[in-house]
Design a protein around this ligand. Structure first.
Ligand SMILES: C[S@@+](CC[C@H](N)C(=O)[O-])C[C@H]1O[C@@H](n2cnc3c(N)ncnc32)[C@H](O)[C@@H]1O
Length: 201
């Protein structure tokens, strides 16, 4: 563990899970962020990234930017997607690494894990596995990954130092990270860091 979170971690996790279960079940619902195709096109996902995936694979996408703007993983690489949600980024990575590579998507919300696994099956992609787990305790062995990606997740994690320590543990010594997230350049006031509604939003 790194920093001492100012919120009740169990309560935050349970509220985040509840919120993203709604996205998994009803991705066209009213949220404070865009989902699905509207989100992929606003965030610069080229058609070549999403072409060929059945619509349900795209519907529950809820990322904040494009982790592949730094490039796709290479054939044969092993990739972890932290907070894989409905699984679109993990599926894109799985298609890029091909049959000699592997992708593990990690998420703490059961409804998202179910949706992502169904999506992988619908897309006919079998080199991806979705595992239940936390960003702060990744369910992968040390040094497993060549690349760690994540999209819109670390901003929801109260102990970011622990999450980055886990990323370093899971990567090979020459491993890379491609993380899309929400960042601020000023110190967030303590009052705001104690407000679960602001964490979730
Ligand atoms: C904004 S959504 C992004 C999902 C996906 N990356 C995408 O781009 O569509 C956030 C996801 O992160 C998951 N999540 C949030 N905090 C997490 C944590 N501490 N550990 C694992 N997953 C987490 C949520 O369950 C949710 O599926």
């Amino acid at each position: 563990m790194g920093e001492q979170p100012l919120v009740d971690v169990d309560q935050l996790r349970s509220e985040v899970q509840e919120h993203y279960a709604e996205v998994a079940h009803d991705p066209d619902g009213e949220f404070h962020f865009h989902t699905g195709r509207r989100a992929t096109s606003r965030l610069g996902y080229g058609q070549e990234l999403i072409d060929g995936f059945p619509e349900p694979c795209i519907e529950a996408f809820a990322g904040v930017a494009n982790p592949f703007s730094w490039g796709l993983p290479a054939s044969g690489e092993q990739v972890i997607d932290i907070g894989s949600g409905g699984g679109l980024d993990a599926l894109i990575a799985a298609r890029a690494v091909g049959p000699k590579g592997a992708v593990v998507g990690v998420d703490m919300t059961p409804a998202m894990l179910e949706r992502a696994s169904r999506n992988a099956e619908a897309a006919g992609i079998d080199n991806v596995e979705f595992r239940s787990g936390y960003a702060e305790a990744l369910p992968v062995p040390d040094g497993w990954a060549d690349l760690v990606i994540s999209n819109g997740v670390l901003n929801l994690v109260p102990d970011k130092v622990a999450a980055y320590e886990e990323i370093m543990r899971a990567l090979t010594p020459a491993g890379r990270i491609q993380i899309a997230d929400v960042c601020v350049e000023v110190e967030v006031p303590e009052e705001a860091r104690r407000d679960i509604d602001l964490w979730k939003g």
